[in-house]
Design a protein around this ligand. Structure first.
Ligand SMILES: Nc1ncnc2c1ncn2[C@@H]1O[C@H](COP(=O)(O)OP(=O)(O)O)[C@@H](O)[C@H]1O
Ligand SMILES: [Mg+2]
Length: 242
């Protein structure tokens, strides 16, 4: 058994549909391409999506709640994809506690270099449970007032739980201001109060990769932006390219 344990990184946002699953999947695939063993846990209870984004929905037999409840052994629930391994989200109404999440993570943390937890939108009980196991929260926000306000709430909860946060500004469009309603990068950073890890542009290639579960296009702007995010999170000084 390895003597290291996986680094646990969660993706969250106050608001839905801002790109958590897209960016967490891209992040996980890039780490795999660098040779790391990565586990993705779809934490969007009842709204399972990562199996589709990773093109393995027909392979889902069990979900991670089966591990919490000791219904199956650890390997049976793991789904193999071209990139990360996946634990699918449970469907239906379940209540998840911090102890459940800790048990789940203990089951897998010595098998992987990274565990990527894709959270549901908002700051409900699942997010609280995931905060109990995560070391880093990547807060995803699009550059608009509604999204930054809810991102700030999520970041506040992470801080209360003692989890470090970094900001990903997603779907940024340099020359489009939506009549002055879109926020610039400094405004998003100020409004969320979170240190920036990267700015990811609007990028159709990211959308297509998720729709078809395809390999990500290493030359697309969105993928390159996520590569720079990974380097910054590793402590490198990488200039912001927009
Ligand atoms: N950088 C991006 N450029 C273009 N479309 C994006 C980008 N990020 C996300 N999207 C699109 O936004 C929608 C919501 O993304 P998703 O990752 O499912 O969000 P969430 O997990 O936060 O609900 C999807 O249609 C996705 O393809
Ligand atoms: Mg999602």
């Amino acid at each position: 058994m390895a003597d290291f344990v996986a680094k646990k990184v969660l993706f969250t946002s106050g608001k839905g549909g801002v790109g958590k699953s897209t960016l967490s999947t891209t992040y996980a695939k890039l780490l795999c391409a660098q040779g790391f063993e990565v586990l993705m846990i779809d934490c969007d209870v009842s709204l399972r999506t990562l199996d589709i984004m990773l093109s393995v929905s027909s392979m889902v037999l069990y979900d991670w709640y089966d591990i919490v409840e000791d219904n199956v052994n650890a390997n049976s629930a793991l789904i193999t994809t071209d990139g990360p391994k996946l634990l699918a989200a449970p469907q239906g109404e379940i209540s998840v506690t911090a102890d459940d999440m800790k048990k789940l993570i203990r089951t897998y943390e010595r098998q992987f270099d990274y565990i990527v937890l894709d959270c549901p939108a908002g700051v409900g009980p699942v997010f609280d449970a995931v905060l109990a196991v995560a070391e880093l929260a990547l807060i995803v926000s699009t550059p608009d007032n509604v999204c930054v306000r809810s991102a700030a709430v999520a970041a506040g909860k992470a801080a209360d739980a003692g989890v470090e946060s970094r900001l990903l500004i997603n779907r940024f469009q340099k020359n489009i201001t939506f009549g002055g309603r879109a926020l610039n990068i400094d405004q998003v950073i100020d409004a969320t109060g979170v240190q920036l890890a990267g700015v990811i542009p609007e990028d159709r290639a990211l959308v297509l990769a998720m729709l078809n579960g395809e390999l990500i296009d290493p030359n697309s702007k969105g993928v390159k932006a996520m590569e720079r995010v990974i380097r910054r999170l590793n402590g490198e000084q990488v200039p912001l390219k927009i």
